[in-house]
Design a protein around this ligand. Structure first.
Ligand code: MIC
Ligand code: SF4
Length: 651
């Protein structure tokens, strides 16, 4: 059977189910990664599983999101993560070592392996030929404990690249071009598999930019083959032993095809407030800019920093602009410090920041009121930057650097090709893993440090037969997990659910948490009504866990995004979809509703009837749940389900 690359790797890791698009499958996970903002919950959940040592080939805990340390919370959480890593055999990448996806690509990514990460940009690893998937922390905890990861076997879309990018056009423009074609919705349970003769002009970090931001289309992941270019990268990282050639079989089948001629791609920008709002930069040339930020897991590789530094060389930041630059890893930082590129940036007037997520997650560099902020990261959701009125434009490093010195949008293609900076990939990267604490000496007796910010894990109860309560909020389309569970200054409460849940829907409806909690105290169920593509964006399970804590029992949506839907199930919240999308208009906030015979309906695969008490009407809701997921919901979430399974197996 001729397999595409995606199915080739999935087949090797398949443990449960049939590898047929649309079927639920359980796969073995070789590697996991967590970052601090999702990691604290993941390890608290892992601790409850009673396992002595992680069962994966490799698990790495990164600290890259919460490093501002305004108050004791971040530092306490870092210490918790370090102690838990030592106890259970997880490598610990210390704060300052870099952004998880960049460091993982440099030091650990292996072609042909599966990687599950508690961060939605884990598909960055697809740039080196891995099946790399983002998931909620609880799924990652289960994988660390040796459990399978369940997903819907994807439909695989072949993206055939021909030609070669012109000077001043880069990989970021390619993924923005893909987003323009595919948009941010309607791509759930698909994989984008890149192939074609255009591949030979794209380095591993450039491929990783493309797979990283593929997350914004909503696909399960994106993947590139592992070829001579991958081999060179691994050699330069002193990891040639990790190389294997990997590509699709001759005559492999795909579920769709898109062709992109790289030589026709032009510089692109995603306009506020969605990564899918893509236009050519030429359409906005001349528009005034207030801030430029270069970095994030999308665009912070050595290649990107070299390009930025060379464009900025001998120039000065425009007086109306604040320019920030964050190299993606300590490796990149060290190399640009040694080769003089960092000096170009400093001389130009850039503000140099730590190798962390920083501005991308609203931790610092919030722009001024109504600002036009030009950034090289992957998300521009309203308010995510920390300034609600600012508009964030997502662009390539080339476009960003030109904006910084000109004060306005400049189409990079208006520059002469021979003015484009010359750079070459290094024969050897500077390899120094001393900021990664190894696991050779497992410290079983390690005492786990728990600061006062580490709260209790809330428990859910099994699904009731009948749910009676109120719709507490009705939202529209494309509600992101940033809308549901804001990050930025609130991020430090990630390990304290009681406190963090006070901020659910803060930017949309600041009283939501208060109203929900009041209903919960009266034993009333809380419901959310949503439009299309609910739960876009990040993998943060807090967008399910905190609503669960506030008494949310079901989300009634036109459609839901993959990771968020899985997180809802993991915390025992029913993800329901309108059988007739027009019924969305029938429901309003404050409607009293009731659902009955829930277990029986789920068991028999029947639709769920919603009685709208305030309107004396009935509508029907469907769901897309496997047998396993129904059992999880009935148990009140994955933790209860897992405990019950162990009890039944006499373990
Ligand atoms: C993001 O880019 O939104 C984040 C912050 O990295 C999240 C994870 C989180 O919320 O902690 C993600 O992408 O999953
Ligand atoms: Fe960090 Fe931003 Fe990447 Fe998320 S998208 S991992 S916040 S750099």
């Amino acid at each position: 059977m001729a397999d595409n690359l995606t199915y080739k790797i999935l087949r090797k890791h398949l443990v449960e189910g049939k590898l047929l698009a649309g079927e639920e499958i359980g796969i073995k996970i070789d590697q996991t990664l967590t970052q601090d903002a999702t990691g604290t919950m993941a390890y608290l959940q892992f601790e409850l599983m009673g396992i002595k040592k992680v069962k994966t080939e490799l698990s790495v805990s990164y600290v890259d999101h919460n490093t501002q340390q305004l108050g004791f919370e971040n530092a306490d959480d870092h210490k918790y993560l370090q102690s838990v890593a030592a106890k259970y055999g997880v490598k610990f990448s210390r704060p300052g070592n870099g952004i998880c996806h960049q460091v993982h690509l440099e030091r650990f990514g292996k072609p042909g392996k599966t990687l599950l990460g508690s961060d939605s940009h884990t598909p960055t690893g697809g740039g080196i030929g891995m099946i790399a998937i983002g998931a909620g922390g609880l799924d990652v905890a289960v994988a660390m404990a040796g459990g399978l990861f369940y997903l819907t076997a994807p439909r695989v879309i072949k993206i055939e690249l021909t030609g070669k990018l012109r000077k001043w056009v880069s990989a970021k423009d390619v993924i923005l071009h893909v987003l323009r074609i595919l948009s941010t919705k309607g791509n759930v349970n698909k994989v984008l598999e890149y192939c074609g003769e255009g591949l030979k002009h794209l380095s591993v970090p450039e491929r990783a930019t493309i797979t990283n931001m593929g997350a914004e289309t909503g696909v399960t992941t994106s993947i590139f083959p592992s070829d001579e270019i991958t081999k060179e990268f691994l050699f330069a990282q002193n990891r040639i032993a990790d190389y294997q050639e990997l590509k699709a079989d001759e005559g492999a089948q795909y579920d769709g095809l898109k062709q992109i001629n790289l030589s026709q791609v032009v510089p692109m920008a995603a306009l506020p407030h969605s990564p899918g709002n893509v236009v050519p930069v030429s359409e906005i040339a001349g528009r005034k800019v207030d801030q430029v930020e270069i970095g994030s897991c999308t665009n912070s590789s050595l290649r990107d920093m070299m390009i930025a530094g060379k464009i900025l060389k001998g120039k000065k930041v425009h007086p109306d602009i604040s320019l920030g630059i964050a190299p993606g890893s300590r490796q990149v930082f060290t190399m640009i410090a040694k080769n003089g590129i960092l000096a170009n940036m400093i001389e130009c007037g850039a503000r140099i920041m730590e190798s962390t997520c920083g501005f991308c997650i609203g931790c610092g560099q919030a722009p001024k009121t109504n600002a036009v902020s030009v950034r090289t990261n992957n998300r521009n959701f309203e308010g995510r930057s920390g300034t609600a009125s600012a508009g964030i434009y997502l662009v390539s490093v080339e476009t960003a650097a030109l904006c910084a010195i000109n004060g306005v949008f400049v189409d990079p293609l208006s520059k002469k090709a021979d003015e484009f900076p010359q750079i070459t990939s290094p024969e050897k990267f500077d390899v120094d893993d001393s900021m990664i604490i190894p696991t050779e000496k497992l410290r079983e007796k390690e005492e786990i440090f728990r600061g006062p910010n580490i709260g209790q894990l809330p428990q859910n109860s099994p699904l009731a037969q009948e749910l009676k309560g109120q719709i507490v909020i009705k939202v529209g389309d494309k509600i992101t997990t940033d809308h549901i569970m804001p990050a930025g200054p609130r991020l430090k409460f990630r390990s304290n659910i009681e406190k963090y849940s006070g901020f659910v829907f803060e930017g949309v409806d600041p009283c939501f948490a208060h109203r929900a909690k009041a209903l919960k105290e009266k034993n009333q169920a809380v419901f959310i009504v949503a439009g299309d593509s609910y739960g876009q964006g990040s993998s943060r399970e807090h967008a399910a866990l905190c609503p669960m804590y506030l008494g949310v029992k079901a989300v009634l949506a036109k459609s839901l995004e993959r990771i968020h839907a899985a997180n809802l199930v993991n915390f025992g919240i029913l993800p329901l979809v309108f059988l007739n999308p027009n019924d969305y208009d029938v429901l309003d906030a404050e409607d009293q509703i009731q659902m009955s015979d829930l277990t029986a309906s789920l068991d028999e695969g029947k639709s769920i009837t919603i009685e709208i008490k305030t309107k004396n009407k009935k509508i029907k809701m469907g769901y897309n749940l496997s047998y396993r997921q129904k059992e999880i919901i009935k148990a009140g979430g994955l933790l209860n389900y897992t405990k019950r399974m162990y009890a039944n197996n006499g373990q």
